[in-house]
Design a protein around this ligand. Structure first.
Ligand code: ADP
Ligand code: MG
Length: 594
């Protein structure tokens, strides 16, 4: 029998190896951006078209390459970053394997322009499927531009494997975030199909986080810091009440490299223990400097996992560091129902009730915040009402001055700009966003009714009919049970959905919009998938049915909303994680008037 073993031709070997390094457009983004950082660029531009499937281009103003080096750079194991195996233990650069460019060139069409400061002319190199198609002198500024076109054009199986544009774009944005968060000193821009989606000037870590995740995040960050012989650590954690239902704000960096570490993530999560609601994840941006000799970044081809020599110690250090910072923050909160509920009671009951009122029966120990989980009031409305009436309809004509005072000082509410409700508290005042407050109230009502299946329906005099598309019919099948338990009476016949009953708290004028919202395809599948369906439904309904800004409310309505809000399990944030109110206490006011 003839010999059967032969060596694979280079381009085939390259293609196979490329699969390790380049899985999707986002891998190209990562490798090219990291090369630009390694080349000491101060400005990096990322240009994408067709979700990276048509083109990914990275332009940097780094050190550039000579005309010989640029050619070598595309050979497998060609790297300027290490020279011997020993260097592996002192790596400070992002790359070191010399595989990325070779892998990219194996599976795409690549066009490079590069120029060093000392060279007069730039080099232009074109490679496609590992074949050099041409190299010539050219004109270009100092730095390097690498355009990668038609990724996997020669590996149809992989190209077909790519996900939707949306998903691929999401992955690219994630990679972009990771690199940009690691290097706030570098200016980054991200242009997608000709429009700019990120423009990040060179700033501090804190500002970079804000520029990426929105300025609002800045005030939600608590700094963390710890310097030990094991590691130098600094960064930020996100205040517990702003935790998210996704893991989108969890970042560890080791020696300026984004890493994933379920183990260290556990350290942070356990420090947050008891401060987060179910299914909420802490947010953190933690930067570690660790002696490269004590870590091994070599265990994963895409290098996001890492082995620490001092794993256990690092765990303990991170946990106590986060706990410490949370403690410092908890000790001086702006508004924190958990520490001392009596301090922030937004009403006068306690104070007044304890004064001398012999003829009136008032429970001096009444505290609306007691008996509530997490210190947030859960007292039912009827309890509140009875307490009010005890004060408002005195059964004793000899009510003394103290009582009159108590009535005067009972909760005052007024509406501001037809958008906010302002109410007094013992220590100052609360400014409540009426829409968010109402969303929270509705959300909790719907959620309870779904779980308890006890929503009261009202019958429609004129049943409403909605025609559904095929897709919506499928969706209806999934939502039907929940719709019923929320108080909707609906029947699907042929493609027509007939609505004969709706929850009593639902305004039939808003019905059209509501069903539009329920059946519109959710625009963030990943998010919806991570929530339970009832949560998703309760959210849609609360959003659709809530009062909006720009609506005048009567004093009674305002008061009822405030009461309902503070009877919620979570009065702090809307179902969409926005702050519901701000608390202006005496100190704050005095500070502002200083
Ligand atoms: P690695 O980064 O692991 O060294 P790569 O294949 O990513 O391997 O890059 C090979 C070499 O090409 C690098 O070591 C570097 O010398 C050079 N190089 C790549 N990209 C750039 C760039 N943007 N600017 C300057 N040199 C670069
Ligand atoms: Mg590299």
């Amino acid at each position: 029998m003839a010999d059967i073993i032969s060596l694979l031709p280079d381009h085939v070997a390259n293609q196979i190896a490329a699969g390790e390094v380049i899985q999707r457009p986002a891998s190209v983004v990562k490798e090219l951006m990291e090369n630009a950082i390694d080349a000491e660029a101060r400005e990096i531009q990322l240009l994408i078209s067709g979700a990276g499937k048509i083109m990914i281009q990275v332009i940097d103003n780094g050190m550039g390459m000579s005309s010989t080096d640029v050619r070598l750079a595309f050979e497998r194991h060609a790297t300027s970053k290490i020279k011997s195996a020993n260097d592996l233990f002192s790596i400070r650069s992002k790359g070191f394997r010399g595989e990325a460019l070779a892998s990219i060139a194996a599976i795409a069409q690549v066009e490079v322009y590069t120029k060093r400061a000392e060279d007069e002319m730039a080099t232009c190199l074109k490679i496609s499927g590992s074949n050099i198609e041409g190299q010539e002198m050219s004109v270009a500024p100092k730095g390097t531009s690498i355009a990668v076109k038609n990724i996997f054009y020669n590996v149809p199986a992989r190209r077909n494997f790519l996900k939707s544009d949306k998903v691929e774009l999401r992955h690219m944005i994630d990679e972009f975030h990771r690199v940009a968060l690691t290097h706030p000193e570098v200016k980054f821009t991200f242009i997608q199909n000709g429009s700019e989606i990120f423009d990040l000037p060179a700033v501090s870590f804190r500002k970079r986080i804000a520029n990426i995740f929105g300025n609002k995040i800045e005030e939600k960050l608590i700094p963390v810091e710890e310097i030990t012989s094991v590691a130098g650590i600094e960064g930020f954690i996100v205040k517990p009440e702003f935790a998210k239902k996704s893991r989108g704000q969890q970042f560890f960096f080791v020696n300026k490299r984004f890493i994933k570490s379920p183990f260290l993530n556990h350290a942070v999560s356990s420090a947050f223990h008891g401060l987060l609601r179910d299914q909420f994840y802490p947010g953190y941006f933690i930067y570690m400097q660790i002696d490269p000799k004590t870590i091994d970044i070599n265990i994963h081809p895409t290098k996001t996992e890492i082995k620490f020599e001092e794993e256990q110690n690092l765990y303990a250090i991170i946990k106590s560091m986060v706990k410490h910072s949370l403690g410092m923050f908890q000790a001086s909160p702006v508004l924190d129902f958990e520490r001392d509920p009596s301090l922030d009671i937004p009403y006068y009951f306690q104070q007044k009730a304890s004064s001398n009122m012999p003829s009136i029966e008032v429970d001096s120990s009444f505290n609306p915040f007691i008996n509530s989980e997490r210190g947030i009031p859960k007292a039912s409305k009827s309890k509140w009402e009875s307490e009010y009436s005890a004060l408002e309809i005195p059964n004793d004509n000899n009510a003394d001055e103290d009582l009159k005072l108590a009535i005067e000082q009972s909760p005052k509410v007024f509406q501001l700009l037809r958008k906010f409700i302002v109410t007094t508290t013992r220590s100052g005042l609360l400014v409540i966003d009426q829409q968010r407050a109402h969303q929270r109230v509705l959300y909790e009502k719907f959620l309870t009714s779904i779980t308890k299946r006890n929503m009261v329906s009202q019958q429609l005099i004129f049943p409403k009919e909605v025609e559904l598309t095929q897709q919506q019919i499928a969706l209806f099948g999934e939502l039907e049970a929940n719709l019923n338990s929320m108080g909707f009476v609906v029947k699907l016949k042929d493609k027509i959905l007939k609505i004969t009953g709706i929850p009593s708290i639902c305004d039939d004028k808003k019905l059209g919009k509501l069903f539009e919202d329920i059946f519109s395809t959710p625009d963030d599948y990943e998010q919806v998938a991570s929530f339970s369906q009832s949560d998703y439904m309760a959210k849609i309904l609360s959003k659709s049915l809530s009062i909006k800004g720009n609506l005048t409310l009567s004093v009674l309505e305002q008061q009822a909303l405030v009461d309902d809000l503070f009877a919620c399990k979570d009065a702090l944030t809307s179902p969409f994680n926005r702050k519901i109110f701000i608390n202006l206490d005496k100190e704050e006011l005095e500070k502002k008037l200083d």
